[in-house]
Ligand binder design. Structure first.
Ligand code: ZN
Ligand code: FE
Length: 257
C-alpha cells in the first residue's frame, strides 16, 4: 500500500510525494522547487528524491532539500551523472530499490532526453509510474535529445505496464493535449469523455493526474499510431511505419496552438 500526492510547482509542474502506507517512508519525485514540497510535507522527511531527468524544472529543488535533509539520497539516471546538482546515486534500466514496502523499478525511457527514466512503483496489487516529461496524459514530451523511434519505444514500454497502472506525469498539460488529440481523432468518444472530465477538474482547480494505462491507450495519440483517423489527419497512409506516425504527430504538436 502506498499513496501518491501531487505537489503543484512553478507554473504547471508536478512533483510528488510517494509514501509507503505501512512504514511512512517517503520519497519526493521531481522537486522543481523547495517551498511547495516543504509546505505539503505534514511532518514527512523525504528519505529519497527521485529525478526523472536533468531539466531544471524537475530538479531545481534538489540542492535546497539536500541542505534541509542531509541524509536524503538523490537518485537519477546514470546518464545524467554530472547533469544534476546533488545527485548521490546513479541508476540504470531494470535497477530496483525500495521506499519502505514499495518496490521501485527504473525504466529507461529516452526521447525527451537521452537519460530520461520512469519510476515504476509496486506494492501489493497496485502499480504506479512516474513518467516525467516522457509521457504526459494524452501526450508526450518534446524530442530534445532523442528520436521518434526512441520515443515510440519508450511510450510502448510504459503502456505495456498493467492496464490499471496509474500514470503520474511531470506537467499539467492534459487540456491542451486533449485539444490536439481531438483534432486528430474527432470521432474518438474516449477523448470526448476525457475532455469533459478534464475541464470539470480544472474548473475546480484539481489536478488531472493520474490516468490509467488503459485510458491512455484509448486517448493518447502518441501511443495510438495504428489509428486510421490519426494517420489520415496527419496525412499518412497505412504504409507508413508507427515511428513515422509518432514523428509526424510530434512535429504537428510542436506547431499546434
Ligand atoms: Zn523536461
Ligand atoms: Fe518539464
Amino acid at each position: 500500500m502506498f499513496t501518491v500526492e501531487p505537489i503543484a510547482c512553478l507554473r504547471d509542474n508536478y512533483a510528488y510525494w510517494l509514501t509507503c502506507g505501512r512504514t511512512g517512508v517517503t520519497a519526493v519525485v521531481d522537486p522543481s522547487e523547495v517551498d511547495p514540497v516543504l509546505a505539503s510535507a505534514k511532518g514527512r522527511e523525504p528519505a529519497l528524491v527521485l529525478c526523472t531527468h536533468h531539466h531544471l524544472d524537475h530538479v531545481g529543488g534538489v540542492p535546497g532539500l539536500t541542505a534541509k535533509f542531509p541524509r536524503m539520497k538523490v537518485i537519477a539516471s546514470s546518464y545524467d551523472n554530472g547533469r544534476i546538482d546533488g545527485q548521490t546515486d546513479s541508476v540504470s534500466d531494470g535497477d530496483r530499490f525500495s521506499v519502505g514496502d514499495v518496490t521501485v523499478e527504473v525504466m529507461l525511457v529516452p526521447g525527451h532526453t537521452l537519460g530520461a527514466i520512469a519510476f515504476v512503483a509496486r506494492a501489493g496489487e497496485r502499480t504506479a509510474v512516474f513518467t516525467g516529461d516522457t509521457m504526459f496524459l494524452a501526450g508526450c514530451g518534446r524530442l530534445f535529445e532523442g528520436t521518434p523511434a526512441d520515443m515510440h519505444r519508450s511510450l510502448q514500454r510504459i503502456v505495456s505496464l498493467p492496464a490499471d497502472t496509474q500514470i503520474y506525469c511531470g506537467h499539467e498539460y492534459t487540456a491542451d493535449n486533449l485539444r490536439f488529440a481531438a483534432m486528430l481523432e474527432p470521432s474518438n468518444e474516449a477523448i470526448a469523455r476525457a475532455v469533459a472530465r478534464t475541464s470539470d477538474l480544472r474548473a475546480r482547480g484539481l489536478p488531472t493526474v493520474p490516468h490509467s494505462v488503459a485510458e491512455e491507450r484509448e486517448i493518447n495519440p502518441f501511443v495510438r499510431p495504428q489509428s486510421a483517423d490519426l494517420r489520415k489527419n496527419l496525412g499518412l497512409g497505412l504504409g507508413s511505419s508507427d515511428v513515422d506516425v509518432i514523428g509526424a504527430a510530434r512535429e504537428a504538436k510542436n506547431s499546434f496552438r
